[in-house]
Structure formats: structure tokens, C-alpha cells
Design a protein around this ligand. Structure first.
Ligand code: 26V
Length: 811
């Protein structure tokens, strides 16, 4: 096929013709959506030859492959990403211009693929981009949710959740491959037979659900001759083509089936909800493992070398059923004995832990697990039995240890333990997090299997989070240090040599101003709040969670407001500051929702006070998502990373902000520690308890927040204002927030860190007034951010865990 994107003329002509062919209307009458969809179609078709070549190269080169199993892929939009990585943006832009169409306008039509809810899902998306851009054979395996993470509306200061119908107008990037569908079995019983003296187990299911794959191409950066297009395979649940189960009506069955790929993290407060979650997990795991096994057998004809040619990566505990599922295939379907099957399985699986929060460590009640997945349960039990024998050997004198470390205990299956026992590699996502895993949370496991534990500090794709989202900075860097950093972000270090160049400083200042202006415009347009681009843009965007301490930020703003109202000298010295929040709260998370209401109530009060509103503004942006983040990251002066030390495994927003020249105000938590290591105290604002201090407090039963309430007048004042009608007439509205940090012990040390946070904020506010110095700090942050490209992270996974090599292409 001729190259549609060879030049603007061919592109323009093909584009017009295709719009008319697809929709049967004159080009002039086509809608923006039709034009967007046609452009997407042309790009997808253009991708397909490289997609085919990639798959051929994998097979012909007998390459080892990675399958990255994840419940979440927060991809955002793909048009911009794909045409940038393919290098065809200039042609498209020029061609469209002649038709009087702005490419930007078409790009905006694409719905975000929001198949995830936060850091873990966005990390998976950044990883896919890096895997393809490094030319590695790697695929994503996940669920094709009909509704993505909910759309957030703010009504009267409260969060309201609206379903995210991202598929409503069709998704141009996916290709349905019904011929590669898989039937996934549930319920029923296990038949045991003796065949040739050997016990053979067969799961006789009560129902099947059909898993239909939809493939999305993952386009790597084509510079350096790379042609890799990897696959993100998302499974959709449909009724089986086998017989329907006998014990229910067809309607009932079909509804149950569709439910599996309907929502991301359906409510699991009920028994039924828990079953649905577990069904989702087994569904995408079973389908994905079969995909890998089938591919492998086609190339090699045997599974003896499966571990040499495949890695099944377990992204957090959700896909941990990979372990018993692979065992089941090897034993029940392929006739391996237990030991051989275990040798293969435990050399194939690798697990990443993303959090130490207890509530995220999944446990499934046996009473639900066993009936739903009878054969998988049997195998899990046997894995546990053999592993417990090992434990008994090691801890002969400590039976309680055996019970603690077992995979099944208290009538629950502990998914993290299953993943640890079944994997050859277990990694944390930042050095501090890995240290906490090996020394505290998973200490005993680390003592048993020290060679398995390792760290892989997270990263972000600089293609989306710098090249695409910050064109002004990219142009400046290209001019000053060349484009080498596009493929090797460590070259950003060269930019620091320009730190004293007044022209460069000027350019950084104007870049920041332009990005702040752009964000301010959207906020004004959508929410009617006017922000001054000359004020400090102080931004906290991330999921709403108690440990992330949006509350600390909010309480500081209340303190600032009080102080500005009363202290004229302070007021005279204060540089105007705009506090911007963006966050979704889980729909059942009461406390988090209250904090949203609190921030909005503070905004209401502060923004409408003519006495201070030239100095202080607060805004909570509605529906923070990947696309919004692309506008927000480059617009920040201050990056709020203020989690209770030890709680944030890594954070990745911190890296996006840094790469775009914001200074971190943060605790020594997650990857902040590594940012601080790179830029020092002079170029960041670090405050608060350390992880060790926090853990010491926990071990000694916490601390008494009332001491601070009584001794610190600022704290008392702010807390009283939560419950005395200062913010809203309803004095009960924020009572539970008040209680959380007082009567209930202040689990996240909000009051404890308040004073040092205030001081860090003061320091930042004053530092900003020295514009030149601030810009120099900003340049240092950009220059030293090279480590945080996910290309670096993925290179480490490839070299140290996966042992995969880049593909070789014929031409
Ligand atoms: C767990 C659960 C438990 C059941 C309810 C729904 C749900 C959803 C997600 C999770 C796992 C969350 C883990 C997570 O997102 N961790 C984040 O991972 C980022 C990437 O490694 C890291 O930067 C963040 O610090 C970490 O919080």
C-alpha cells in the first residue's frame, strides 16, 4: 500500500476521499468526529504493516517475550502519541491546515481510555510506551471495561460520579479478534480419574464465559530505525458458544457474563461484588495465559522451554492467579508432573508490589474462591501445602510463623503470598519502598528468598510527559542541547550547562508563563475561577486518599488565610499563591469525599474575600484525568508530594512535575527521596517525619494529637474552624475530619507534620520572589530528571528481571 503520509498532498487527498467513502457524504459536510475517526483509521492502517512485522520478528527470531498482566491500563488519548512516535505529525498538521482544520481540534475529540484509576494504571501505560520504544517484545494483557474510571462532577462542592462511556462512539484503535477467543470456565467440580497409574484431574465447569480479545497497537518511537508495534490485548466477556448453564435462565446468564468486563473495580462490599472481582481476575488471567501458551506452542511445539521464552509479569496482586493457572495447564492439559510444572511456573512469573497499605493486600475468602474456581483452588492448596512443609522445616520452633506466612490462612487466600511464592522476582517501585518491603513488610519472605527481591524505581514516558505535553520546553531544549535527549533522557544533564545564560533563563520563564496561562484559561472557562499566572502555581493532583494528605494542604491554606487576614507584615511579604487540586475519591470512600467538600468550601470562602483574593486562590479542578494532567504538569511551580513518609510507594506525578521544571515540596517518601538525592536541599523543599520516625511512632502506639491541639494556636484555630460554622453553616459537615485528626489519633500525622510543612511553604514562597534564583532551581530540576524516564526503568526490567532483547527487523 502506498504511504498515505509520504507527503501532505497524498495525505490530504486520501483523507478527503476516505471520509467520503466511509460516511457516504461530501467532505465539506463531515463532522469533526467523522474527521477524527477517519484520521485515526488511516493512522491505524499505517501502523499495521509494522505491527505484522513485529509479530513476525518475534516468531522468526524466537524471541523471549514479556506479558504484562494488569487490571489497569490508564492510556489516555493515543492519536497524538501515535503520530508523534511515528514521526508523521508534521505531514498531518500541514495537510489538515490546507483543509482549514486544526489537528489540535481533532485530537481533542478522542475520549481518554481511562481503564485505570491512578498510579499503577498510568505506570502500566508508560511502561507499554517504553517497551515498544526500546524495541522490546512485550504485550499488555488486561480487561476491556465497557465503562472506564468514573467521570467526576463537582456539584455544590461534592463529588458526583457519572459513568464514563468511553466506548460509546467506537474506539478507533482497537481490533476485535474473535477468532482468538477463549472459553473461560467457572464453578462446577473436579473429576479425578486414574489413567495409566496416574491421577488425572479435570475441571468440569458449570458455566463458560467467552473471552474475546481486542488488540490495541502500542506504537514505539521510530527513531533509530525501530519499527516495533507491540500489542495491548484487552479481553471482553461475552456469552459462550458452548451450552448455557442449566441452572439459570439465559437472560440471567448473559447479564452475569457481561458484568465481568463492565466496570473497573466494582463495589466489593457485598459477597456478590467480591465474587465478581475474583471472576474478573481469573477471567483476564486465564485468557492471557492461554494466549501466551498457544503462541509459545506454535513456535516451539513444547512447553519444556516456556520459562526461557516468556515472562508473565504480575502487576500488583490482582493477576496472581497466573501462578495456579499456569500450573493447571502444565499438569492437567500438558501432562507434566508437579515438580516439572513448578520448575517452569516459578521461573516464568515475576511480581511487582505497588503498595504497603494493608487494605490493598488482597485476600479472598475460601468459601467464595473454592466453588468459583474449584481446580485452581485445589492447586493453590497444594502449592500452599508444599510451601508450608518448607516453612515448617525452617521455623520448626515457631508454628505461628508458619501460619502467618502461609498462602491460605484464616480461611482466606492471600494473593500477595501466592505471588511471592510463585515468582522468581519480586520488586518494589522506589528504593525506600523496596527497603520497607525487605526490612519490614516482607522481611520473612526476604530472608527466605533474598535473591528474588529487587528494586526498580518507577519512571514516566518523557515522550508524553515532556515532548508532547510541553512543546515550548521541548523546543527550547532542542535548540540548546540538540535532540539526543529524545532517546536518552540522561542527556538532559547538558541543559544545566546553560543555567547562567540569561536568554535561557528568560525562555524558561516565558515557557512557564505560557503553560500557566494555558491552564488558567481552561480553569476559567470551565469553572469561572480566575488565576493570575504571576502567582505561584502550587499543585496537588493525585487520587484522594488520607495518606496522601490533601488535608494537610487544605489546613495550611486555612492557616495562611487566617494569617493574611491578621498579620500585615506577613501579608506585605507574601507572594501571591494559587493552590490547585485535582483528585477523584473512590465512590465509597467517605473521608476522601469529605476532603473534596472541604477544599471546595475553603475555595468558596477564600476566593470571595476581596481582602485576600489577590494573594490567595484555591481551585479544585473537575475530573482530573490523563489528558488534564498533560495540561497541568507543565504549569506547576510547586509540586505537592506530601504523603505520610513510608506510605507512598513511589509516586510518579512527582517525576512528571520535576521534568517540567517544578520544585518538589514533599516528605522523604517514595521516589521523593530519589528526587531529593538528585537536586539536594537547595532545589527542593523537604519537610516532615521520616519513614523511620513514622514507623517508630506506629510501633509505640502513635502519638497524642491533643498535645498539638493544645500547644499550637495555629492548629487549634484551623481545627476549630472546621466545626464552628466558619466554612459552612452546618457545623457537622466536617466533624468527622476533625475527629480523624484528634479523637481518632491522627493516623497519618497531619498535625505532627503541620509545623514543618508551614515552614517549608514559607521558604518556598519567599524563594519564589527571587525570580532568577527560582528559574535556576527549575533548570536544575529539569536537567537532573533524566533518571525518571520509564525508558530507564524498562531497560532495568529488561536487563535484570525479564532478560529480553530488542527485536531485529529485516530492513
Ligand atoms: C488496590 C485495590 C484494592 C481493592 C480496591 C481497588 C484497588 C485498586 C488498586 C489497588 C492497588 C493500588 C496500588 C497503587 O496504585 N499503587 C501506586 O502505584 C504507583 C505505581 O507504582 C506508585 O507510584 C504509587 O505510589 C502507588 O500508590
Amino acid at each position: 500500500m502506498a504511504n498515505v503520509f509520504a507527503n501532505k498532498k497524498t495525505f490530504k487527498e486520501t483523507f478527503q476521499t476516505r471520509v467520503e467513502q466511509i460516511y457516504g457524504i461530501k467532505f465539506e459536510e463531515s463532522t469533526p468526529h467523522q474527521r477524527y475517526f477517519t484520521l485515526g483509521t488511516l493512522v491505524r492502517e499505517y501502523i499495521s504493516s509494522n505491527w505484522i512485522e513485529t509479530n513476525e520478528a518475534i516468531v522468526e527470531g524466537k524471541h523471549k517475550q514479556v506479558y504484562y498482566f494488569s487490571m489497569e491500563f490508564l492510556m489516555g488519548r493515543l492519536l497524538t502519541n501515535n503520530i508523534m512516535n511515528l514521526g508523521i505529525r508534521p505531514v498531518i498538521e500541514a495537510g489538515l491546515k490546507e483543509l482549514d482544520i486544526e489537528l489540535n481540534e481533532l485530537e481533542k475529540i478522542e475520549a481518554d481510555a481511562g481503564l485505570g484509576n491512578g498510579g499503577l494504571g498510568r505506570l502500566a501505560a508508560c511502561f507499554m510506551d517504553s517497551i515498544a520504544s526500546l524495541g522490546l517484545p512485550g504485550h499488555g494483557n488486561g480487561l476491556r471495561y465497557r465503562y472506564g474510571f468514573f467521570e467526576q462532577k463537582i456539584i455544590d462542592g461534592y463529588q458526583v460520579e457519572v459513568p464514563d462511556k468511553w466506548l460509546q462512539r467506537g474506539y478507533v484503535w482497537e481490533v476485535r479478534k474473535s477468532n482468538e477467543s477463549v472459553e473461560v470456565p467457572f464453578y462446577g467440580y473436579v473429576k479425578v480419574e486414574k489413567i495409566d497409574g496416574r491421577e488425572v484431574y479435570t475441571h468440569i465447569p458449570e458455566e463458560y464465559v467467552r473471552a474475546v480479545p481486542y488488540d490495541v497497537p502500542v506504537v514505539g518511537d521510530i527513531s533509530n530505525g525501530n519499527k516495533t508495534v507491540d500489542t495491548l490485548r484487552l479481553w471482553s466477556s461475552e456469552p459462550t458458544e458452548n451450552e448455557y448453564p442449566k441452572n439459570m435462565s439465559a437472560v440471567e446468564y448473559e447479564k452475569g457474563v457481561r458484568n465481568i468486563s463492565e466496570f473497573l473495580y466494582p463495589d466489593d462490599s457485598t459477597e456478590e461484588g467480591k465474587i465478581l472481582r475474583l471472576k474478573q481476575q481469573y477471567f483476564f488471567v486465564a485468557a492471557g495465559v492461554r494466549w501466551a501458551v498457544r503462541q509459545h506452542k506454535e513456535t516451539f511445539g513444547t512447553l519444556d522451554n516456556f520459562m526461557d521464552k516468556n515472562v508473565l509479569h504480575i502487576n500488583d496482586t490482582h493477576p496472581a492467579l497466573i501462578v495456579p493457572e499456569l500450573m493447571r495447564i502444565l499438569i492437567d492439559e500438558e501432562g507434566y508432573d508437579w515438580d516439572s510444572a513448578w520448575a517452569i511456573t516459578s521461573k516464568t512469573c515475576a511480581y511487582t508490589n505497588h503498595t504497603i497499605l494493608a487494605e490493598a493486600l488482597e485476600k479472598w475468602p475460601v468459601r467464595l474462591f473454592q466453588p468459583l474456581l474449584p481446580r485452581i483452588y485445589m492447586i493453590t492448596e497444594e502449592i500452599n501445602r508444599r510451601y508450608c512443609l518448607e516453612l515448617l522445616n525452617r521455623y520448626a520452633d515457631q508454628p505461628q510463623k508458619v501460619a502467618e506466612l502461609a498462602i491460605i490462612g484464616h480461611n482466606q487466600v492471600r494473593m500477595a503470598h501466592l505471588a511471592i511464592v510463585g515468582s522468581f522476582s519480586i520488586n518494589g517501585v522506589a528504593q525506600l519502598h523496596t527497603d520497607i518491603l525487605t526490612q519490614i513488610e516482607m522481611k520473612d519472605f526476604n530472608e527466605m528468598y533474598p535473591e528474588r527481591f529487587n528494586n526498580k524505581t518507577n519512571g514516566i514516558t518523557h515522550r508524553r510527559w515532556l515532548l508532547h505535553c510541553n512543546p515550548e520546553l521541548t523546543a527550547l531544549l532542542d535548540k540548546e542541547i540538540g535532540t539526543g535527549y529524545h532517546t536518552n533522557t540522561f542527556e538532559l544533564a547538558k541543559f544545566e550547562e546553560k543555567i547562567n545564560d540569561p536568554k535561557v533563563q528568560e525562555a524558561i520563564a516565558s515557557m512557564k508563563h505560557a503553560r500557566k496561562q494555558a491552564l488558567a484559561e481552561r480553569i476559567y472557562r470551565e469553572q469561572g475561577v480566575q488565576l493570575d499566572p504571576n502567582s505561584i502555581f502550587d499543585i496537588q493532583v493525585k487520587r484522594l486518599h488520607a495518606y496522601k494528605r490533601q488535608l494537610l494542604n487544605a489546613m495550611h491554606i486555612m492557616y495562611l488565610y487566617n494569617r493574611l487576614k491578621e498579620d500585615q507584615e506577613f501579608k506585605a511579604n507574601f507572594h501571591p499563591q494559587s493552590f490547585i487540586f485535582g483528585a477523584k475519591a473512590a465512590s465509597g470512600y467517605y473521608f476522601a469525599k469529605k476532603v473534596i467538600k472541604l477544599i471546595n468550601s475553603i475555595a468558596e470562602k477564600v476566593n470571595n474575600d476581596p481582602d485576600t483574593n489577590q494573594l490567595l486562590k484555591v481551585v479544585f479542578v473537575e475530573n482530573y484525568n490523563v489528558t488534564y494532567a498533560e495540561l497541568i504538569m507543565p504549569a506547576a511551580d510547586l509540586s505537592e508530594q506530601i504523603s505520610t513518609a513510608s506510605k507512598e510507594a513511589s509516586g510518579t506525578g512527582n517525576m512528571k512535575f520535576m521534568m517540567n521544571g517544578a520544585m518538589t515540596i514533599g516528605t522523604m517518601d517514595g521516589a521523593n527521596v530519589e528526587i531529593h538525592e538528585l537536586v539536594g536541599d537547595e532545589n527542593s523543599f523537604i519537610f516532615g517525619l521520616t519513614a523511620d520516625e513514622v514507623n517508630n511512632y506506629y510501633q509505640n502506639g502513635g502519638y497524642n494529637p491533643w498535645d498539638l491541639y493544645n500547644s499550637d494556636a495555629r492548629i487549634r484555630r484551623v481545627l476549630d474552624q472546621l466545626v464552628n460554622g466558619f466554612l459552612t453553616p452546618d457545623t457537622e459537615e466536617f466533624r468527622d475530619i476533625f475527629n480523624a485528626v484528634t479523637h481518632n489519633g491522627d493516623e497519618y500525622f497531619v498535625l505532627k507534620d503541620f509545623d514543618s510543612y508551614v515552614r517549608a511553604q514559607e521558604k518556598a514562597n519567599q524563594a519564589y520572589k527571587n525570580r532568577q534564583h527560582w528559574i535556576e532551581m527549575s533548570i536544575r530540576n529539569i536537567s537532573r530528571s533524566g533518571k525518571f524516564s520509564s525508558d530507564r526503568t524498562i531497560q532495568e526490567y529488561a536487563d535484570q528481571i525479564w532478560h529480553v532483547e530488542p527485536l531485529k527487523f529485516k530492513k
